[in-house]
Design a protein around this ligand. Structure first.
Ligand code: UDX
Length: 437
């Protein structure tokens, strides 16, 4: 099938590439000409495991190409995906100007029936707004379909190729058939394509992400309580996760959720609710607890150093909001850095992928190390913020040789408590006993 994808950000690029992989003919369009040119030369603008192979293969086999010309991209396309940014406005509601603007441009160009799919996370009622733009600007028949993405960064290719489910919001039989044909190859293992109306589909995305953010936040609160009552959150997590109704996944306490989706979506859902005079109060709690959780580790450090962090040097392992990505949007590391710098501390950071992005934002207010062990040289303590695999089984002798004193603040509970006792560390993690040594 001939497909156009408008917007080559994270979602657009993964969607376009993965749709080409099953034999579709995909053209991705972006207004940034320099980016388009680079992609046509085979340069991939984001880091996402597994994407490169598919990207090169589909470009080489001419199933995937890039253009900055919208008319060329959509000319023969049966389905047009809109994967455009919907940044939060000042009041927290999603800004739809890119989506509605693209709809208007497309309306001015089309001459035959199209299915236009909103892939970006958009507030309830957006499909109706996009439909209204088409009705006002063209007499050509268009079905606007909501098809939210559930891609996790770091495993986005796998999530796209083998989704737990595909949600499609449309009441048009014609659009439904095309979407069924398109997604058929991805759900061959039997996972469902769930068809529903557009509004339910739009809300599904927000509800899913807000539920997951709430689940994490609940565990963060349980962890904080564990520390006060002398319980171990790892045990509690296993104890409750074994109940199939709760489930084992997304129960890991840490430094708060970040990234491009959860913070934005929780905020947007709370805002949508308030617009219809519904006080979705649990979401307000989730947001305020998460704000505090992002700097819980700094609180622990303040306590340990009796409020005096001035002149202390800290090694920070991990900057990305989670492993296997270079994404630092809403990354807790940024909040921790700001707090520590405010206190007059010095930071030497190491992250396998995200250092360039942090450099762009924070410049040389912090230092960057070439590897994890260089970061700990001469540091007063090690702070762990992102659970990259390489931090899980480090060489503790090398850490010890580098650090001024054996002190670790671990925001991701990477190490076994007994191991920390044996190695003689002061070890403060989340929701577990502090090893004083
Ligand atoms: C999320 C959703 O999972 C995905 O379905 C949606 O489409 C986009 O948003 P992503 O932001 O890539 O994906 O990351 P995810 O792996 O879900 O993690 C989000 C945040 O929660 C991270 O900051 C992570 O560290 C945190 N997290 C996750 C926890 O603190 N504990 C957990 O148990 C799981």
């Amino acid at each position: 099938m001939k497909i156009a994808v408008v917007g080559t950000g994270y979602v657009g690029l993964v969607t376009g590439t993965c749709l080409a992989e099953t034999g579709n003919d995909v053209t991705c369009v972006d207004i940034n000409e320099e980016k388009v040119e680079k992609m046509n030369r085979g340069q991939i603008p984001i880091y996402e495991p597994g994407l490169e192979t598919l990207f090169y293969r589909n470009i080489a086999q001419r199933r995937l190409d890039f253009t900055s010309n919208l008319a060329d991209a959509i000319k023969d396309a049966k389905i047009i995906f809109l994967a455009l940014p919907t940044p939060p406005g000042d009041d927290g509601s999603a800004d739809l100007s890119y989506v509605l603007g693209a709809a208007k441009d497309i309306a001015g160009l089309i001459t035959d029936y199209k299915v236009v799919v909103t892939k970006s996370t958009v507030p309830v009622g957006t499909a109706d707004k996009v439909t209204a733009v088409f009705r006002a600007n063209t007499s050509v028949e268009v079905d606007v379909v909501s098809n939210p993405e559930f891609l996790r960064e770091g495993v986005a290719v796998e999530d796209f190729m083998k989704p737990d489910r595909v949600v499609v919001g449309t009441r048009s039989e014609r659009a439904r058939k095309l979407m069924e044909e398109l997604y058929g190859p991805y759900v061959r293992s039997g996972n469902p394509i769930i068809f529903m109306d557009e509004r339910s589909s739009e809300l599904t995305k927000y509800a899913a992400n807000s539920f997951l953010a709430t689940k994490i936040t609940f565990m963060n609160e349980v962890a904080n309580l564990c520390e006060l009552v002398g319980a171990d959150v790892d045990m509690v997590r296993r104890g409750i996760g074994a109940d199939a109704r709760i489930g084992k996944r997304f129960l890991f306490p840490g430094v708060g959720y970040g990234g491009s989706c959860f913070p934005k979506d929780v905020q947007a859902l709370a805002k949508s609710a308030s617009e219809v005079n519904y006080d979705f109060s649990i979401l307000n709690s989730v947001m305020s607890v998460n704000e505090k959780q992002k700097v819980v580790i700094v609180e622990k450090m303040r306590r340990y150093y009796k409020g005096d962090l001035k002149g202390k040097k800290f090694a920070m392992w991990g900057l990305a909001f989670k492993p296997e990505t270079d994404d630092i949007r809403e990354a807790p590391a940024l909040y921790i850095i700001d707090e520590l710098l405010k206190e007059g501390a010095e930071i030497v950071a190491y992250d396998p992928e995200a250092m360039e992005n942090v450099k762009r934002l924070k410049g040389d207010t912090i230092k960057y190390a070439a590897d994890a062990y260089e970061a700990v040289q001469g540091a007063d303590a090690l702070i762990i913020v992102t659970e990259w695999s390489l931090f899980r089984t480090p060489d503790f002798d090398r850490i010890e040789a580098g650090l001024k004193s054996r002190v670790i603040f671990d925001g991701r509970n990477l190490y076994d408590l007994q191991k920390m006792i044996d190695c003689g560390y002061y070890y403060n993690s989340i929701g577990r006993k502090t090893i004083e040594n």
